[in-house]
Design a binder for this molecule. Structure first.
Ligand code: DC
Length: 233
């Protein structure tokens, strides 16, 4: 049944604009939204807060299986792990780095599959990540791979972190981004690559609105018609 629910997958490297565009699309379509990176980040938080070594695949997999993860949609999205709101801890460079390391473990990825697939509910799902179109929802009817030049991605990340009042250094961001790209692309299990049937969009020179329009144009006209201001479900 759930495999008849339409899914729009948006994969790509860090800083390509997936998060902003995916949220906007979910809102326009009135569909559910999956931020799969937040699941890996929540796991990173859970592993670190329990003092488990990040290279212990078995222990990390156990936490991935046991942790109670909830997304609460209200004013923005909040991520709760084991009854605690951890949202404010997730979007640091450090958490992204650890998430990317844990994401190389095949058993961890498998342990998180069912959780991600459970987001597929009517009327539809916008799924943001690295392997949404290749592994998690290979039968999704609409697939996008959103890319941008490394310089532009680093610039966006820099501005984003700065706007959050963080003390950031562009050179360090470029280094972090390169390292994370390499790890996400070169891992054996579910590496970051475009699905064969994905439409590749380079957002380097495009505004959020332009990217959103290009993606909406891939959907049948009646689906893409603005449905009013609907919060992502
Ligand atoms: O999208 P993000 O920056 O929040 O993701 C953090 C890390 O999680 C990313 O560097 C790799 C991992 N990740 C993944 O392996 N697969 C996904 N579908 C989403 C994220």
């Amino acid at each position: 049944m759930s495999d008849r629910v339409p899914v729009l997958t948006i994969d790509g490297p860090s800083g390509a604009g997936k998060g902003t565009v995916s949220r906007l699309l979910a809102k326009r379509l009135g569909w559910h939204f999956l931020d799969s990176g937040a699941i890996y980040r929540a796991l990173a938080w859970a592993v670190q807060s329990r003092g488990v070594p990040v290279d212990d695949e078995e222990a990390v997999t156990r936490i991935a299986t046991e942790m109670v993860l909830e997304f609460k949609f209200g004013n923005g999205v909040q991520v709760w792990v084991d009854g605690k709101d951890v949202t404010d801890h997730l979007y640091t460079e450090e958490c992204g780095r650890v998430a990317s390391r844990l994401a190389t473990f095949p058993k961890v990825r498998r342990a998180l599959l069912a959780k991600q697939r459970s987001f597929r509910r009517p009327p539809g799902l916008v799924a943001d990540g690295r392997d949404m179109g290749t592994v998690v929802f290979p039968d999704a009817p609409y697939k996008v791979y959103l890319d941008a030049s490394p310089e532009e991605r680093a610039r966006r990340r820099f501005l984003q972190l700065k706007s959050q009042g963080l003390d950031v250094n562009l050179d360090q961001i470029i280094k972090d981004l390169e390292q994370r790209d390499r790890r996400d692309r070169e891992r054996k299990e579910a590496p970051l690559i475009p699905a064969e049937d994905a439409v590749i969009i380079d957002s380097s020179e495009l505004s959020v609105e332009e990217v959103t329009k290009k993606i909406l144009a891939l959907l049948p006209g009646d689906m893409a018609a603005p449905s009013g201001a609907v919060e992502p479900r």
